[in-house]
Design a protein around this ligand. Sequence first.
Ligand SMILES: Cc1cc2nc3c(=O)[nH]c(=O)nc-3n(C[C@H](O)[C@H](O)[C@H](O)COP(=O)(O)OP(=O)(O)OC[C@H]3O[C@@H](n4cnc5c(N)ncnc54)[C@H](O)[C@@H]3O)c2cc1C
Ligand code: FES
Length: 255
Amino acid sequence: MAITEICTIIALKQLSPTHFDMILDAPKLSEMAKPGQFVSILCGHSRTLRRPISICDALEGTLRLVFEVRGEGTEYLSKRKVGDTLDVLGTLGCGTFPILDDDRPVLLIGGGIGAPPLLYTAKAQKAAHAVLGFRNEAAIVLKNDFYNACETLMIATDDGSFGAKGTIEAPARLLLSKNKYSAILACGPKPMLKAAQSLAEEFGIPCWLSMEERMGCGIGACLVCACKTKDENGEEKFSHVCKDGPVFPAEYMVW
Ligand SMILES: Cc1cc2nc3c(=O)[nH]c(=O)nc-3n(C[C@H](O)[C@H](O)[C@H](O)COP(=O)(O)OP(=O)(O)OC[C@H]3O[C@@H](n4cnc5c(N)ncnc54)[C@H](O)[C@@H]3O)c2cc1C
Ligand code: FES
């Protein structure tokens, strides 16, 4: 069950002109966290809708969140100071990334602000390789963290300013043709998730996808985050990304 915890900001670092790295003192939420879950943060009392942010790491009573300023809620977060407190609801999401007890590594595929939850996921696995995609070199986040957490890391940028030029598809295909993976775990924009799903089908390995939808309540009480999925019998239905996800087995997605 989700709880609210009043968390003190113990570190806040600017990673790029628009990206921030925040560490919260969150003993209860940190204890509850699972890879792929998120928290929902009250961004000032005048904004009733909380903002969902993925758990980038949960370590020794703290939560790490990495976010991009997109609008007024995330701007509010970026303007906080060390010592300020935040009202944080969590941990949210029943659909989480699996922790695989397998000697083969998992292949993590992430893009943009889909990368942060994959760091916590990488650390939970026996072994992980990662392919991360970003707009350009300035938008790359968590490069050193992923180098430390993964046996192999490949980065692609849309404009070729760092790593491979283009999408994650070519570097991911290269790794898939050289190595045996237990699964693909992906988080990022929809075209990237679809590419991850097709690669998993082509190479015959299981795949889990973390979906990002606009959210209202974050706890399954409104319908803002509804997305179409299939059940085990192939019957189409609507699922709540916030409650049933955000991570779903790729074969359950209806695009
Ligand atoms: C499960 C989940 C995990 C996320 N994890 C991260 C993360 O780790 N780092 C990060 O930078 N961003 C993450 N996001 C996106 C982040 O929630 C939005 O960028 C943020 O809510 C935008 O709020 P805003 O007030 O700054 O922007 P505005 O556009 O002003 O927001 C207006 C409203 O729309 C909602 N909204 C806008 N964009 C999104 C969006 N993409 N997803 C969901 N709701 C949205 C807001 O919650 C708010 O209610 C995540 C989204 C989801 C659903
Ligand atoms: S955000 Fe309200 S049901 Fe998911």
